[in-house]
Design a protein around this ligand. Structure first.
Ligand SMILES: *[C@@H]1O[C@H](CO)[C@@H](O)[C@H](O)[C@H]1NC(C)=O
Ligand SMILES: *[C@@H]1O[C@H](CO)[C@@H](O)[C@H](O)[C@H]1NC(C)=O
Ligand SMILES: *[C@@H]1O[C@H](CO)[C@@H](O)[C@H](O)[C@H]1NC(C)=O
Ligand SMILES: *[C@@H]1O[C@H](CO)[C@@H](O)[C@H](O)[C@H]1NC(C)=O
Ligand SMILES: *[C@@H]1O[C@H](CO)[C@@H](O)[C@H](O)[C@H]1NC(C)=O
Ligand SMILES: *[C@@H]1O[C@H](CO)[C@@H](O)[C@H](O)[C@H]1NC(C)=O
Ligand SMILES: *[C@@H]1O[C@H](CO)[C@@H](O)[C@H](O)[C@H]1NC(C)=O
Length: 382
C-alpha cells in the first residue's frame, strides 16, 4: 500500500517537474538543419534538429566537402534561382524571439569561392550582408525581435554568380521581461556576447552548460586582466535580469589591483552611426571572495560615465543595462573602473553588445536633423 502511494506521488512530482520545465523553457524552440534530409538528434545539446522542407519550397539540398565539427553545418540549402528566397516560420504568440542564422560554406561546390549575399528578416526591416569564408568556423547572424504570427527569413542574391545559401536557422521565444529596454519598434543585432575569463564556449554540452534562451556565450581571456575561473559548471541559470547561465557567471576578469581599470575595445559591424544596447553582468563567486565588502564599479563608454553600481555579494548577480548609446566609427571603448570608495578591484563576468537595426525612422530622423542644421548654416553664410 505504502509503495503504491509513493509511486503515485513520484509520478505526480515528475509530471509537475516536466510541466514546470516546459513552461520555463518558453513556448517555442525551433532548430532547423537547412538542407538536411533527416531529422537528427543532437546528443551534446539534447535537442532535435528538424529538416527545413516544411518551411520553404525553393532551393536545393547540398552536402559540404570539408566537414565541420558541428554536424548540422554539414548540410546546406542553396538558392541558384530567384533573387529572393524566403523561409516562413510559424510563431505561436506575440513575444520577443531570438533568431539566429548559421552559414558554413564548407566548399560544397568544390570551387573554393565562398559567396557574399544578403539576409533579410521581418519583411526587410532587418537587412545584413553575409560574407562567408573558407574558415572552419561557421558564421552566425543573430537578432532579437518582437513578433507575432509568422516570421520571414529571406536569402537575397546581391551579386552576379554568387549563390546564397543557409546552413542552420534557430528561433527561440524569450520571456517578455528579458532585454527590457527594447520595445517592439526596434530590433537588436548581436555584435558580441562574451563570457569573460573563460576558456570554453557556452553551451558546450548538455546538461552542464545550458542557456534557457539558446544564447551562445563566447569565451574570452583578456591579457591585461586576471582571469578568474572556477573551472566547473553549475547547471542552472540565474534569476536576475536576462537570466544568464550560472556557468557564465562562474568566471570573470578582474583588474590587477584596486586602482586599475579594465579597458575593453568593442567592434561594431557598421562603421557608420549606430545606436547600441549594452548589458553587463557582475557576480562574485566563492572562488574570489576576499574583501568583497566594497566592490563598486563605474562604467564609461567612450569617456562618458554611464553607470555606477555596487555589487551585491557572493552568488547575487547584478545586471546593468545601458541603452541607447550612440556609437560612431565602428568601435567603442568601454572602461570598467573602481568607483569612489571601492576597496576591491573592478571585475566583469559577462557582457552582451547589440546594435539597433530596425529603427530606420530614428536614424533617418537624426540625419534629417543634421541636414537641417547644415542647411541653416550654409544659408547663414550665403
Ligand atoms: C534518412 O532516413 C531514411 C529513411 O528513414 C534512410 O533510408 C536514410 O539512410 C537516412 N539518411 C541519413 C543520411 O541518415
Ligand atoms: C521604443 O524605444 C525607442 C528607443 O528607446 C523610443 O524612441 C520609442 O519611442 C519607443 N516606442 C514606443 C512605442 O515605446
Ligand atoms: C589571462 O588570460 C590571457 C589569455 O590567455 C593571458 O594573456 C593573461 O596573461 C591571463 N592573465 C593573467 C593575469 O594570468
Ligand atoms: C580551461 O581551463 C580549465 C581550468 O584552468 C582547464 O582545466 C581546462 O582544461 C581548460 N579547457 C580548455 C579547453 O582549455
Ligand atoms: C596597480 O598596478 C599598476 C600596474 O600594474 C601599478 O602601476 C600601480 O602602482 C598599482 N597600484 C597599487 C595601488 O598597487
Ligand atoms: C578608443 O581607444 C583607442 C585606443 O586608445 C583610440 O584610438 C580610439 O580613438 C578610441 N575610440 C573612441 C571612439 O574613443
Ligand atoms: C546602474 O545600474 C543599476 C543596475 O541595473 C541601476 O539600478 C541603476 O539605476 C543604474 N544607475 C544609473 C546611474 O543609471
Amino acid at each position: 500500500m505504502g509503495n503504491w502511494k509513493s509511486t503515485v506521488m513520484l509520478v505526480l512530482m515528475l509530471v509537475a517537474m516536466q510541466s514546470f520545465q516546459a513552461y520555463s523553457y518558453g513556448y517555442l524552440w525551433l532548430s532547423i538543419d537547412c538542407g538536411a534530409t533527416n531529422t537528427t538528434f543532437d546528443e551534446k545539446l539534447n535537442r532535435a534538429w528538424t529538416t527545413d522542407n516544411e518551411f520553404i519550397g525553393s532551393g536545393e539540398n547540398k552536402l559540404v566537402s570539408t566537414s565541420s565539427s558541428f554536424p548540422q553545418m554539414n548540410t546546406l540549402r542553396i538558392f541558384p534561382s530567384g533573387i529572393k528566397n524566403c523561409y516562413n516560420l510559424p510563431l505561436e504568440k506575440e513575444s520577443k524571439y531570438l533568431v539566429r542564422a548559421g552559414f558554413y560554406y564548407g566548399n560544397y561546390d568544390n570551387l573554393k569561392k565562398p559567396p557574399a549575399f544578403g539576409l533579410e528578416v521581418q519583411s526587410g526591416n532587418i537587412n545584413v550582408n553575409v560574407l562567408t569564408s573558407l574558415s572552419s568556423d561557421p558564421i552566425y547572424h543573430e537578432f532579437i525581435i518582437t513578433k507575432k504570427n509568422a516570421l520571414d527569413v529571406c536569402l537575397i542574391q546581391t551579386q552576379n554568380n554568387q549563390i546564397p545559401f543557409i546552413s542552420t536557422l534557430e528561433v527561440s521565444s524569450l520571456d517578455q521581461r528579458v532585454y527590457r529596454l527594447m520595445n517592439n519598434s526596434i530590433a537588436l543585432y548581436l555584435e558580441s556576447r562574451i563570457n569573460y575569463g573563460a576558456n570554453q564556449s557556452v553551451p558546450d554540452r548538455f546538461p552542464t552548460y545550458v542557456d534557457i534562451y539558446n544564447r551562445i556565450w563566447k569565451p574570452e581571456e583578456v591579457s591585461t586582466s586576471r582571469n578568474l575561473s572556477l573551472g566547473i559548471g553549475s547547471t542552472s541559470w540565474d534569476t536576475s535580469e536576462n537570466n544568464p547561465p550560472n556557468v557564465v557567471l562562474d568566471s570573470a576578469i578582474e583588474a590587477n589591483n584596486v586602482s586599475e581599470s579594465i579597458f575593453l575595445p568593442i567592434n561594431f559591424r557598421e562603421k557608420s552611426l549606430v545606436s547600441a544596447y549594452f548589458v553587463l553582468y557582475f557576480d562574485i563567486t566563492p572562488a574570489y571572495q576576499e574583501g568583497e565588502a566594497r566592490r563598486k564599479v563605474a562604467i564609461s563608454i567612450d569617456g562618458q560615465l554611464l553607470n555606477i553600481t555596487r555589487l551585491l555579494g557572493i552568488g547575487r548577480c547584478v545586471t546593468v543595462s545601458i541603452f541607447p548609446v550612440i556609437i560612431t566609427g565602428g568601435t567603442a571603448n568601454l572602461t570598467n573602473s573602481p568607483a569612489e570608495g571601492a576597496t576591491s578591484p573592478a571585475l566583469l563576468n559577462a557582457m552582451e553588445v547589440f546594435s539597433v537595426i530596425s529603427s530606420a525612422d530614428r536614424v533617418v530622423g537624426t540625419f534629417f536633423g543634421i541636414s537641417i542644421v547644415l542647411f541653416s548654416w550654409i544659408a547663414y553664410w550665403i
